[in-house]
Design a protein around this ligand. Structure first.
Ligand code: ZN
Length: 230
């Protein structure tokens, strides 16, 4: 199996010319980029599936979030100030960012549209894994803060994620010793035109970092050997 891995939130890069859109200190901005990032998910994808095609967002999600609908009317997170363009930090603080419609469109054309063009062309007709990590304690900007927060959340969408695959993955990760949930606390997987897709949300305390060999290697092994739809 040679899947496509989508890594939308690993980057912490904020281009210099975008920095001035935020009227908060550079230190606070850097800190927010780190807190919001699914750190090391790019390295995790490469380690787990060396032959996979990886599609990674180049900029931090606080510059523009490629995992959101571009239209705020369709995007649930827009009401939390975390739609395609963030105006709020993960803990609800104001990022002091007030973009014109033109500036918003410029960011979209520069980072969002090319990302989706690449993602759709690579994912079309293939199997896609949308790879994330998430914090153990809910952020105040989360839509379902009281939902269960398992060690691995399988995000599935009817018509995109084969039912049998969800069940198989649930059993597989449980046998590997992980606590697994489906669509909790985050729900569904993005539609990229893949023939089958699932979102993997790994709780950050379970993954650790590449320097933390015990937790990291255990997760890499589990991902490498996970089943795919035939
Ligand atoms: Zn994420």
């Amino acid at each position: 199996m040679n899947p496509v891995i989508h890594v939308p939130h690993a980057s912490v890069w904020i281009p210099d010319e975008v920095r001035c859109q935020f009227e908060i200190s550079s230190a606070d901005l850097r800190d927010e980029a780190m807190q919001s990032a699914d750190l090391h998910t790019d390295a995790l994808a490469r380690a787990a599936w060396p032959s996979a095609e990886i599609v990674k967002a180049s900029v931090s999600r606080i510059v523009i979030d490629v995992e959101r609908y571009a239209d705020d009317a369709l995007e649930e997170m827009a009401s939390f100030g975390r739609g395609m363009i963030y105006t709020r930090a993960h803990d609800g603080r104001d990022l002091m960012r007030d973009l014109t419609v033109e500036a918003r469109e410029e960011l979209k054309a520069r980072f969002y549209d090319p990302h989706w063009l690449e993602l759709r062309s690579k994912a079309s007709g293939r199997t896609l894994i949308d790879l994330h990590t998430y914090p153990r304690q809910p952020w105040s900007t989360e839509p379902n803060p009281t939902a269960d927060r398992p060690e691995i959340d399988l995000g599935a969408t009817e018509g995109i994620t084969p039912d049998g695959w969800v069940d198989e993955l649930g059993r597989y990760f449980e046998n590997a010793g992980y606590q697994v949930g489906c669509n909790t606390p985050y729900v569904g997987v993005i539609d990229t035109g893949a023939s089958a897709a699932i979102m993997l949300e790994i709780r950050r305390d379970v993954l650790g970092s590449p320097e933390d060999a015990v937790r990291w290697d255990r997760m890499v092994r589990a991902l490498t050997d996970m089943p795919f739809p035939c």
